[in-house]
Every structure is written in structure tokens, then in C-alpha cells.
Design a protein. Structure first.
Length: 285
């Protein structure tokens, strides 16, 4: 992989930023039941079977498997065309083998967003996990329901998923950043900002995916028509969503804008894609 952009190492300034969040953490994060939702999304679950933990790891112990997600920050849902929502990828994905996946610094509007990848060291991983720990996120999620602010319809949901050797927690907040009046929502939003800032300049290279999840539907919109260039992928055979080999598909989708329709075998198709990342479940598999 050839590095093509620079991101500074995770540093103590990020940890200091997260420490500002600590006074805002709800009492519910300390284990009291009163401030915890009756059935919060992502209650702690056992770590994945077969994911080894390095006993020599300093700080917060975590699984080190390549498909184990230590930290995933993503925003999805809301009112948007399916072609747009399908191409969304996590804004940050950290795996047990210390790989960091992020979107390009300035992604262009296209039918697929190629992801970037970097190899972190254990110190950098520990500083990201410390941000989460100081924000109280390595615990049962509180209730992130916004009852005081203005009610926003059709907004996306932000999900922060964390895994250590102690378990997995998923924090979900609807319309995060729109009306963050509660302490829990302020803390979660602050953590997201601090984590993204911490990796903003880490040196990355283009991720070379093996597979792509495709969403295909036939269309009669003759907007900007381009011949589908990947003969090995027959669009008529794709039933909604399907995982296909990445060869040729990444280039075909990332180099064409959202108004493009693809022509193949006398029919027109709307096609969107997403590179299959570690720990993901493409097409609901």
C-alpha cells in the first residue's frame, strides 16, 4: 500500500479533550439502574469466540482478531435515497489487529466511497480506548432519548460500538448533534468529535477490498447513461443486495456520480456499492 495522505498519531491532546467530558457523564454510567434504559440498545455481550487477547497488552485489554471491531462510529438511516444510504461507511472503524479504516478526507459524490486504511500501534489503540473509558462508554448505555430539545423528523442515528475483553457495548443516539440537551448525549457527541480529531492526520493508504456489497435495481431514468464495464457481474442476476468480487467494481462505481444509470444487456440499472469491511454484515447476512 502506498501512503497518500497524512494523519497525526493519536496524541495526549485528544485524551485531554476527552477528560473535559468526564464531569458530564450520567450517574447511570456508574452502574445505577435509575438512569439506564429498560432495554438499552447494545447491552453488554460476550466478546467474539476465538478472538485472542494479548496478555502483554498495556492498559485496557482487548481482543486482537482481524475481524473484531474494537471501535466503530457510524451514522445511518434518516430520510435519503437508497443509493445514498447504501454507500455510507463508518466514519471510523478500528479492528483488533490495530487497523484503522476511515473514509477519504474529501470523498467525491459517487456510487461507492473507497475507504482508506492505516496500521496503528498499541499505544494509539490504547489512547482511543481511554477516550471511551473516560467518557463512561465502556459500560451499559444510558438512555439517549432526547425529550427536551426540538423533535427532529427523519434524522439519522449515530451508533458507537466498542469492544474490550470485558464485553461489547453499542450506544445509539437519534439525531445526535441536532439537539443534544441531555448530559448523556453531550458526552457521546463529545467522544465522537474527540475520536475523529485524534485520528484526523494518521497516515493512510487506499484499502484494497476483496468484496463489494452491491445494491441493484432496474430503472427507466435515462439520466447520464454509462455502459456497465464489469462483464463478470451481471446486474440482472443481482437480487437487490448481493456481495460480489471487488475487481473492477470499485473503479466502476467510485468513478461515476450519483446521477449515473448503468446499461447492460439492453436494460438500465441504478447501482450503488460499499466495500466489505471487517466485522460488517453486508446485505444483512
Amino acid at each position: 500500500m502506498t501512503p497518500h495522505r497524512s494523519r497525526p498519531r493519536v496524541h495526549s491532546l485528544a485524551v485531554a479533550a476527552a477528560s473535559l467530558l468526564v464531569p458530564l457523564v450520567l450517574a447511570g454510567c456508574s452502574g445505577t439502574d435509575a438512569d439506564v434504559a429498560a432495554d438499552p440498545a447494545g447491552s453488554p455481550a460476550p466478546t467474539q469466540d476465538g478472538a485472542d487477547t494479548d496478555p502483554a497488552q498495556p492498559g485496557i485489554e482487548h481482543p486482537d482478531g482481524a475481524d473484531v471491531v474494537l471501535l466503530r462510529i457510524e451514522t445511518g438511516g434518516g430520510y435519503a435515497p437508497v443509493e445514498y444510504t447504501f454507500t455510507r461507511q463508518p466514519s471510523l472503524l478500528l479492528t483488533g489487529d490495530r487497523r484503522l479504516f476511515v473514509p477519504p478526507a474529501a470523498p467525491s459524490a459517487s456510487r461507492l466511497i473507497p475507504m482508506d486504511v492505516a496500521q496503528l500501534d498499541e499505544e494509539q489503540v490504547q489512547e482511543l480506548l481511554a477516550l471511551a473509558d473516560e467518557a463512561g462508554l465502556l459500560a451499559t448505555p444510558p438512555d439517549y432519548t432526547d425529550t427536551d430539545g426540538p423533535q427532529v423528523a427523519d434524522a439519522p442515528t449515530t451508533t458507537v460500538t466498542l469492544t474490550t475483553s470485558e464485553g461489547t457495548w453499542s450506544h445509539e443516539a437519534y439525531a445526535l448533534g441536532f439537539a443534544d440537551d441531555s448530559d448523556a448525549r453531550i458526552v457521546l457527541s463529545g467522544f465522537v468529535d474527540a475520536a475523529l480529531e485524534a485520528v484526523a492526520d494518521v497516515e493512510t493508504a487506499r484499502f484494497e477490498a476483496d468484496e463489494v456489497a452491491l445494491f441493484v435495481q432496474e430503472t427507466d431514468l435515462e439520466r447520464e447513461v454509462v455502459d456497465w464495464p464489469v462483464d463478470d457481474v451481471v446486474l440482472a442476476d443481482v437480487n437487490g443486495c448481493e456481495v460480489v468480487p471487488a475487481a473492477g467494481v470499485v473503479e466502476a462505481l467510485s468513478s461515476n456520480g450519483p446521477i449515473v444509470s448503468f446499461a447492460q444487456q439492453g436494460a438500465l440499472y441504478s447501482v450503488a456499492g460499499a466495500e466489505v469491511l471487517p466485522g460488517s454484515t453486508p446485505c444483512g447476512a
